[in-house]
Write a protein of this length. Structure first.
Length: 102
């Protein structure tokens, strides 16, 4: 556990082989982790997505999502995976709270 400006930051300490991740066809590793910030008054948990560097060395990026945001993203990913497999026309009529068509 590391202490930073009065907050405890906890991340699962796993090796790269143990971290839930996948490598895309373009060579980027996407790792999924749980981040817990433990301020004394109100603990905070987030699901983090860490998109690693490109094969050519371009910088990666990351996002920290609430549990609801992670579920919304999962639904969108599954929806679009189905469209990609089924050759759908790409029109999506979703109107769920927190999820908007792109």
């Amino acid at each position: 556990m590391t202490t930073t400006t009065g907050h405890d930051v906890t991340m699962a300490t796993a090796t790269a082989a143990e971290t839930p991740s996948l490598v895309t066809a373009c060579g980027r590793r996407i790792a999924v982790r749980c981040l817990r910030l433990a301020p004394a008054d109100r603990p905070i948990s987030r699901v983090t997505l860490d998109v690693g560097r490109e094969q050519g060395g371009g910088p990666g990026t990351w996002a920290a999502l609430t549990a609801d945001e992670a579920r919304d993203l999962a639904r969108l990913l599954l929806l679009h995976a189905g469209l990609a497999e089924g050759g759908g026309n790409g029109s999506i009529g979703m109107s769920q709270q927190g999820v908007s068509p792109s």
